[in-house]
Design a protein around this ligand. Sequence first.
Ligand code: PBG
Length: 376
Amino acid sequence: MNFYGQFPSTRLRRLRTYPWLRDMVQETWLHPSDLILPIFIRTPDASAEIESMPGIRRWTLEELPQIIDQVLEVGIPAIALFPLTPFALKTVDGAEACNPENLICKAIRAIKKMAPDIGIITDVALDPYTSHGHDGVWNGHIVDNDQSLKLLTNQALVQAEAGADVIAPSDMMDGRVAAIRHALDSNNFQNCAILSYAAKYASSFYGPFREAVGAIKLPPNPHGKAGDKKTYQMNPANSDEALREVALDLQEGADMVMVKPGLPYLDVIARVKQTFSVPIFAYQVSGEYALIKAAAAQGWVDEQAVMKESLIALKRAGSVGIFTYAALEVARDLILVYSEVSYNNAPTKRLIPSRTSLPFNDVVDSAPSKEPAQKK
Ligand code: PBG
């Protein structure tokens, strides 16, 4: 990197003087089209409420138009579906995942009918369907990788048949991308894309999600300690390994890759971005969302500002899109800000949201910026 000039001839504050100038040199922008909304689906007998995720609820198939209308209204391009499977349907092998009449497949068909232009991304992993809560087949000692591949492949196939546009394996079994790509191609789903959760960490930030999908408490590990997913999800201490995961998934046919969780793993996003020229997605996971909501509820942080700052950080690190439970509220806020952007008091109403002044651009401390026209 070249540095040009020195203080005092060089003053970096110059380009921070006015809102229009800050906007003009802004390197990264957040836009509703960057956001993917995860949606939880339930049966009518299950509760809608998710205690640990304020503002988020589960929807029945009948209620889906309510949430899909909101997605359309704010211009969010795609959604990701997750089910709360009735307890009675959970089994050791999670076979309900492969039932073409399961909640997810029904939801896909319903949404395709009501909003054919919304992208539907479906999760491939067995945890919402297994009686033990693991993402693959549990044989009492370990999660059996190759046994799991068969079920995961069938799960991907029923989702594609129901109309899913993007298959997103989040299970972290080795070889699942190749198995799924092969199954899709041999069944005429060559255009069904794969977004692999390539660098998915064994994170403690997934707690609220596990409540949302009713994931069972995991069986204790061989040392008798509380169960975890550390034999298949990545160690949070590693990042070289993330590059190997991404490389393998790309070789196996992944079209896009995910880094998950989001904010604690910005370095991983940046390394993947530097190493591979492929679309990267970040997942602002349930725990990240819940932390912000909880602090905001106490009045300790500005909710929308912190939410948007977290999301733009994910973009700055190198992701092209973000899965976030805050997608609707952030998109609404962005549209508002876009439509109100005006410089020199010009009454511009931008009809098409393009660039925005994010709230942290509007913080006026030293800048003589409020009415730049009079400030000569
Ligand atoms: C399932 C899955 C999980 C998440 C997305 N897909 C949970 C897990 O791996 O235990 C977490 C999402 C979130 O926390 O928001 N494999």
